[in-house]
Design a protein around this ligand. Structure first.
Ligand SMILES: [Zn+2]
Ligand SMILES: [Zn+2]
Length: 483
């Protein structure tokens, strides 16, 4: 028996948790967080209860109610965890949180199969992120150990770590009777893959998130070509932009950036997605053309160095950018009235590594030579405008998606207040999506010609019905039997 069950991404964008069962093998295609469902219940101030994560998330429909899947320390607060895993692995298409975010709850003895870029970004999130980020290293919760000074007493043990097995894709990954063929594709984060999975009921295609108008469109076309050869019986296809006909490409975006920046007399301030290294490339190239250099934040610089360390090519090299070092905490960095060790107290260990880089820049340097820089400044960094003091003739380029919910609207309103304060309104909006248009999805389905298609990762799955294919619409938790 072979079946597919959508435990997420059914009629919603993201939250992919797709269960593939084939004979005795059970794997998940992604195990992501549903931003929509999360936002229905939580806010930055109403956060989940750590001790009751699994219980609360299952009751709120954020996690599927399945046994033998979750880590025992949290599951034991809800029900007695099974001694052995009942699932054989997770195939991670890419490290966006709507695909990877809930891996932290999965037991360590269930391996995650992903690309090198995917693994490196998960490690960066673990080290630099806030919230519950335990993808590769699981810190056992609710554990006791003898107190060092008095071993007859017990204290909390926060140091017990279990490493998860992270398996890097080869061309063919075997999981019991399944063979998973992975193909790098174009998306808005590095390390994205689409798949063909050989099962006993025939070949299944899973697109993950895909586009054909970025810097790596040739990858996506190659995947489509190869997937066609497998004559799949089923295709699980993303449809984020199924109702849109056109795509504005990354190279067009780079061209437009160059013209936007060409006559700027002051500082060019920009915002683009923190982990989109292809967008970073567009800004690097545009900046270079107008004789400026892109300044990124410490988190981005750290991400580049981890990717570099892991041998991930095709991302900007650290020496192509400058790193902005903000004053933090006491604000005494480089202030000789304070000893160096006091200055460094305001920085985390991974940040310290950035302070001594030869391409580190401070607000003073940007203030003195605004025409030399393109300064990346996201919503959370708007306060740095006090330090860089953009002079008259500066511009702000917004290269992120338009708000899609109330919270994003509020955030944008606040951002506008800051920009107004520094005379940066009206800003310029220029963005390119990480997802294929409806026309491109239709074309992909036509070429791959699967027997059936299950639309996922879209609020409008029924729109797939206009395509030349048999469309299967499945709701959350409904099982689709292939054989
Ligand atoms: Zn997604
Ligand atoms: Zn994505």
């Amino acid at each position: 028996m072979t079946s597919i069950t959508l435990h997420g991404a059914a009629g919603e964008i993201g939250g992919n948790k797709i269960l593939l069962e084939d004979k005795d093998t059970k794997i998940f295609l992604d195990f992501g967080l549903s931003f929509g469902k999360w936002g229905n219940y939580f806010t930055p101030y109403l956060q989940p209860r750590k001790w009751s994560y699994i219980n609360d998330f299952i009751k709120l429909g954020l996690l599927p109610d399945l046994e033998g899947l979750y880590r025992a320390d949290y599951e034991n607060r809800y029900r007695t965890s099974k001694p052995d895993p009942e699932y054989d692995g997770i195939i991670l298409s890419h490290p966006h949180l709507d695909h990877a975010g809930h891996i932290s709850f999965v037991r360590a003895d269930i391996p995650v199969h992903c690309s090198m870029g995917g693994k490196a970004i998960l490690e960066v999130l673990e080290e630099t992120g806030t919230g519950f980020n335990e993808y590769t290293q699981l810190k056992e919760a609710f554990k006791l150990r003898p107190y060092t000074k008095d071993p007859t007493k017990m204290t909390r043990d926060n140091d017990s770590v279990t490493e998860r097995k992270m398996n890097i894709f080869t061309n063919k990954t075997k999981i019991n009777n399944l063979t998973v063929h992975s193909f790098p594709v174009d998306h808005s984060i590095c390390g994205a893959n689409s798949f063909v999975i050989e099962t006993s009921a025939g070949n299944i295609v899973y697109t993950g998130d895909i586009r054909f108008h970025g810097r790596r469109s040739n990858y996506s076309h190659f995947f489509v070509e190869k997937a066609t050869e497998f004559e799949p019986v089923l295709m699980i296809s993303e449809g984020t932009r199924v109702s849109e006909r056109n795509s504005f490409g990354e190279l067009e975006l780079e061209r437009d950036l160059k013209s936007l920046m060409s006559d700027v007399k002051g500082l060019v301030i920009v915002n683009f997605p923190v982990r989109d290294t292809d967008r970073m490339r567009s800004f690097i190239e545009a900046a270079k053309t107008v004789g400026r250099k892109l300044v990124i934040n410490m988190k981005q610089a750290y991400t580049l160095s981890v990717l570099e360390r892991n041998g991930v090519s095709e991302v900007p090299r650290s020496d192509e950018v400058e790193i902005y070092i903000p004053k933090k905490g006491w604000g005494v960095l480089n202030n000789d009235d304070y000893p160096r060790n006091v200055q460094l107290r305001d920085y985390l260990k991974w940040e310290e590594e950035m302070l001594n880089k030869s391409n580190a820049v401070t607000a003073e340097e940007i203030r003195e030579n605004p025409r030399d820089y393109v300064f990346r400044c996201d919503f959370f960094e708007l306060k740095y405008l006090f330090d860089v003091q953009p002079p008259e003739g500066s511009i702000y380029i917004r290269s992120v998606t338009e708000p899609i919910d109330e919270e994003m609207e509020i955030e944008k309103e606040k951002a506008d207040n800051w920009l107004n304060k520094f005379n940066l309104l009206p800003y310029k909006q220029i963005h390119c999506s990480g997802h294929a248009s409806g026309a491109e999805i239709q074309d992909m389905i036509q070429k791959i010609a699967p027997k059936r298609v299950i639309p996922i990762h879209t609020e409008k799955p029924a729109e797939f019905r206009s395509f030349d294919a048999e469309i299967i619409l499945k709701g959350l938790g409904e099982k689709y039997l292939l054989s």
